[in-house]
Ligand binder design. Structure first.
Ligand code: NAP
Length: 310
């Protein structure tokens, strides 16, 4: 595993460079995808299903397709109208479940309100659940002695950043701000799996600031622009900022810019490590998706190759 190195900020935290780390990982995936193709004659395949015409979702889907092409993953895609029925969408998922060229299936969220998101996610074959949202994969993550087939991409990206920057986790006090199914909850399980002592802080927690200020590792995933100030942070702590919050900025053509859940400027003076927004956790999410898809393809193709001929 290549280790990322970035210069320490003058008089402050070492910046954990997610963009550079994600690029390193993509190069590793390209090597792996090419080895899979040489050995089994097949490339890993990722299917992305997009429902409706949300601009942000279409942008994510485009960047996922491009990322696949860059590393040698074959991409498949289905675009469905906003008023598609649940049964029609289930049929598309089912077809990808049965397609041997597809090793990972991703249904871009959020889905329109008339569709039961949980029913769609549950329909994705466990072996192809590259987003790691299937209850079996989440349940396995929470249980000792079990290994999920896939771990959700953003939480996995947070852990990968800590590891690649050699941040000690075992025996450390970790605090996760936020308990959503897609970030806070799985990241807390991953940290516990690495033997950290984990506290989860949510909107009903009393004394959130004091609890966070005891953390050696602080993961912020609440979606509140720059809420975590310097007095929430223990000196020398590793701070991973998952938040992506648009705030008005007239100097930008778009009229806004993205900031994290952490007040970066003041916290970097106190922390030992910190991820920027943008350029921290964000680029890692797609890198982990590509990694999950490649690992899934390898698992399936290895199994097929070692099965006795009938
Ligand atoms: P979410 O589903 O809205 O969950 C937010 C969590 O934060 C909830 O558990 C909520 O507590 C907690 N919370 C809200 N206000 C709080 C407060 N004042 N004090 C303590 N806890 C509070 O959000 P999410 O989907 O996890 O996303 C969180 C952030 O990460 C967002 O900015 C999102 O855009 C970003 N994100 C980034 C990536 C990436 O790739 N970089 C991926 C996913 C998400 P309750 O449970 O009590 O309501």
């Amino acid at each position: 595993m290549a280790t990322a190195e970035a210069p320490a900020a003058a008089g402050g935290a070492q910046i954990i460079d997610g963009k550079m780390t994600a690029e390193l990982i993509r190069k590793e995936i390209a090597v792996e995808a090419s080895a899979i193709k040489s050995k089994y004659g097949k490339s890993p395949g990722l299917a992305v299903v997009l429902v409706g015409s949300r601009g942000d979702s279409a942008t994510y889907v485009r960047s996922k397709k491009k990322a696949c092409a860059d590393v040698g993953i074959e991409s498949f895609g289905t675009e469905l109208p906003e008023d598609v029925t649940e049964e029609e969408l289930l049929k598309v998922v089912q077809e990808y479940n049965e397609n041997d060229a597809v090793h990972g299936i991703l249904v871009q969220l959020p889905l329109p309100k008339h569709i039961n998101e949980q029913r769609i996610l549950d329909a994705i074959s466990l072996e192809k659940d590259v987003d790691g949202f299937h209850p079996f994969n989440i349940g396995s993550l929470a249980m000792r002695g079990r290994q999920p087939l896939y771990t959700s991409c953003t939480p996995k990206g947070c852990l990968e950043l800590l590891k690649r920057y050699s941040v000690p986790i075992s025996g450390k006090r970790a605090v996760v701000l936020g308990r959503s199914n897609i970030v806070g909850m799985p990241v807390a399980h991953l940290l516990q799996g690495e033997d950290a002592t984990v506290t989860v802080v949510h909107s009903k927690t009393k004394d959130a600031r004091e609890i966070c200020a005891e953390a050696d590792i602080l993961i912020a995933a609440i979606g509140k622009a720059e809420m975590v100030k310097a007095d929430w942070v223990k000196p020398g702590a590793a701070v991973i900022d998952v938040g992506t919050n648009p705030i008005p900025d007239e100097s930008k053509k778009s009229g806004y810019r993205l900031v994290g859940d952490v007040a970066f400027k003041e916290v970097r003076e106190k922390a030992g490590y910190i991820t920027p927004v943008p350029g921290g956790v964000g680029p890692m999410t797609i890198a982990m998706l590509l990694q999950n898809c490649t690992e899934g393809a390898k698992r399936v193709l290895e199994k097929a190759a070692s099965a006795p001929a009938s």
